[in-house]
Ligand binder design. Structure first.
Ligand SMILES: [Zn+2]
Ligand SMILES: [Zn+2]
Length: 360
């Protein structure tokens, strides 16, 4: 009986494996930007630079105000991920991550391995000032590495108390602003994660106790709570706080109505939306785009993250990225301000002038 139910439970994995092993797509119908711009490529104009690392890894920077999201570079291969042991590749992180020693925060949208597994190495060796904001599940998974480095105070749980009750922490609630610096803040929003394949999901669930070891399998990285984020770059004067650039960011596709920002947040300069799994949810990305009405759109999580960085780029397995872009076009008539959808090659950077940008 047990064997029968186990076999039955695992049967859906077979078509998933067949699909994943063969269906990373070509880039032939996509306009990909490979622009390794320096921050001064918008000379003399105040701007926010957004560097895309692959999966939903991003660095957002204005001058010396910077925030990292889901940094991920190790890209273990498909078979190793599904059946073997995975680990951070410091050589890849060190080769592909620019200087981030001034980064103040690392946001984690959920705790699957392709969002969380490189966070310890990045935070503990590359971004020593950064506080990591993740779910309680995320803090439980990272507990071993951060406690070994005596850095548990840099691990903050959003939405729940932290994994270790003895860690003294103000509760971090969704829909409340978290100040990273006086000129940079973010708001976590509860969101959801598209299924991986025909309504089924891998590595779901949560953790409420420390994992008790350095994670070394994809199954150690339970999804936990899923967050979207609003990130704001600000100008603060003695009598007012002005928003210079407002970003909405999702690390995974979600059904219409999920992960929405507060009603009073209206003007969005940039939306960063994940393409992976868009066909597994309803109303995505049209619904969220119509709510945000952004000026710019950057597409994330669009490439095959099982491939080593030196391999030719392909699209994410099991997802038709062109179809995602077509859905954006279908919504465009209701989005008069929206510029072209942009797809960056990992390692590339896009720069956007801030509102009312003045020469520096
Ligand atoms: Zn995920
Ligand atoms: Zn992912």
């Amino acid at each position: 009986m047990f064997l029968k139910s186990t076999v039955h439970r695992c049967l859906w994995l077979l078509p998933l494996l067949l699909c994943l092993s063969g269906c990373a797509g070509s880039l032939s119908r996509l306009e990909l930007e490979r622009a390794d711009l320096e921050p001064d490529d918008l000379p003399g104009v105040e701007h926010v630079a957004v560097t895309y690392f692959g999966a939903s890894g991003l660095l957002l920077r204005r001058g010396d105000e910077a925030i990292l999201v889901d940094p991920f570079f190790s890209n273990p291969g498909l078979l190793r991920t599904l059946a073997g042991r995975i680990r951070t590749r410091p050589d890849r992180v060190d080769a592909l991550l620019p200087e981030v020693d001034d980064v103040s925060a690392i946001l984690v949208s959920h705790s699957h391995y392709d969002h969380l597994m490189d966070v310890s190495h990045v935070a503990l060796t590359k971004a020593p000032r950064a506080v990591v904001y993740t779910s309680r599940t995320g803090t439980c998974i990272l507990d071993s590495e951060f406690s070994r480095a005596d850095a548990l105070d840099r691990l903050k749980a959003m939405g729940d108390p932290p994994c270790r009750p003895e860690v003294d922490q103000e509760p971090l609630k969704p829909k409340e602003w978290i100040d990273v610096t006086p000129r940079l803040r973010f708001m976590p929003l509860l969101s959801e994660h598209a299924p991986h394949f025909r309504g089924r999901s891998l590595y779901g669930g949560t953790r409420a106790q420390p994992l008790g070891k350095v994670p070394n399998r994809a199954s150690n990285y339970r999804k936990g709570r899923v967050f979207a984020f609003v990130i704001e770059f600000l100008t603060v004067t003695h009598d007012q706080t002005r928003v210079d650039f407002r970003v909405y960011l999702q690390g995974s596709a979600s059904n219409a109505g999920q992960g929405l920002p507060l009603e009073d947040l209206k003007e969005f300069d940039l939306a960063i939306l994940a393409a992976a799994g868009h066909h597994e949810v309803q109303g995505y990305p049209g619904s969220i785009l119509k709510r945000l009405r952004p000026e710019h759109l950057l597409v994330s999580h669009w490439e095959d993250f099982f491939a080593a960085p030196q391999k030719p780029l392909k699209t994410v397995r099991g997802t038709d990225v062109r179809e995602f872009l077509d859905k954006v076009e279908d919504s465009r008539k209701e989005l008069p301000k929206l510029g072209p959808s942009r797809l960056l090659a990992p390692g590339s950077r896009a720069v956007y002038p801030v509102r009312d940008a003045k020469p520096r």
